[in-house]
Design a protein. Structure first.
Length: 276
């Protein structure tokens, strides 16, 4: 089904109090800094692009596109806002609202995926039908919806770390939830880009048995613990030398163990800044 809309050719000013939010809006969060910047632009230049609404009762309209603009206008003290009024069904309004946000990159990857999934569920649309409405490839729609498999904690961590949909797709190749959580922490800790994340996942998780993965994780944790222990020893040796005990050390390393030999003299060394 192709959307055919009857759109007014003129811009009308409508009281903001008569405009209600879109009931099925995909966007859930708004960046305060971005809103303040938009509000400042409106103060200086006015509202350059009208919002889009549809009439639902003689005195009530529903917002289709432009929620950031209307929020920023309210921050500037506007009570009326320029609008283009269109005539469309509930289904058409939902498709338009979602597509507007996608085209303007106003949604994070999880909001976009949730919006698409809601559209499909609400109107019983297949991936192919949804792709046609949104001008996308069916495979791309399937991949976008797949990232909803992350739990809320993982989504929050990814958004705070500014990870992208590409990161999410790479991490989803890891089927075990615990393994994926460990990999996500590693990706965030090392600030990996998408390519590095994909290589990391392929190297450490794909084609490996569960036992091999666990062994690698335990070995990695052990190496980290050993480094911390050796660092503690080196700090102690530095403290001995500062106190005047010139401790001697020898270190031997093999595949099986690391050996440290420390010799501490029983007398302190005495030095003078005035010695000849």
């Amino acid at each position: 089904m192709i959307l055919t809309l009857r759109k007014s050719r003129r811009i009308v000013e409508i009281p903001i109090m008569q405009i209600r939010p879109c009931r099925t809006a995909a966007r859930k969060t708004y960046d305060p800094l971005s809103l303040r910047a938009l509000a400042q632009s409106i103060r200086c230049n006015g509202i350059l692009q009208p919002i889009t609404v549809r009439r639902v009762t003689p005195l009530e309209y529903e917002l289709i596109a432009g929620e950031r603009r209307i929020r920023a206008a309210v921050m500037c003290g506007y009570t009326r806002i320029p609008c283009i009024v269109i005539s469309c069904s509930d289904h058409e309004a939902e498709v338009l609202s979602l597509e507007e946000n996608i085209q303007r990159s106003d949604l994070n990857c999880f909001e976009e995926a949730q919006g698409i999934h809601h559209l499909m569920s609400r109107h019983q649309m297949s991936e192919r039908q949804t792709a046609r409405h949104l001008g996308r490839n069916p495979a791309a729609i399937q991949e976008k919806i797949a990232i909803l498999h992350f739990n809320d904690e993982e989504k929050t961590l990814m958004l705070k770390a500014n990870l992208t949909e590409g990161h999410a797709k790479a991490l989803l190749l890891i089927k075990d939830h615990l393994d994926r959580r460990i990999a996500l922490s590693e990706v965030i800790e090392k600030s990996m880009n998408v390519s590095q994340t994909r290589q990391y996942v392929e190297h450490y998780y794909l084609g490996c048995s569960r036992q091999e993965i666990r062994h690698r994780q335990r070995k990695k944790g052990l190496i980290r613990d050993i480094r911390m222990f050796l660092n503690t020893i080196n700090k102690a040796l530095t403290a001995l030398k500062v106190s005047g005990l010139n401790a001697e050390t020898e270190q031997y390393e093999s595949d099986e163990y690391i050996e440290y030999v420390i010799r501490i003299p029983k007398t302190r060394s005495v030095s003078s800044d005035f010695s000849a």
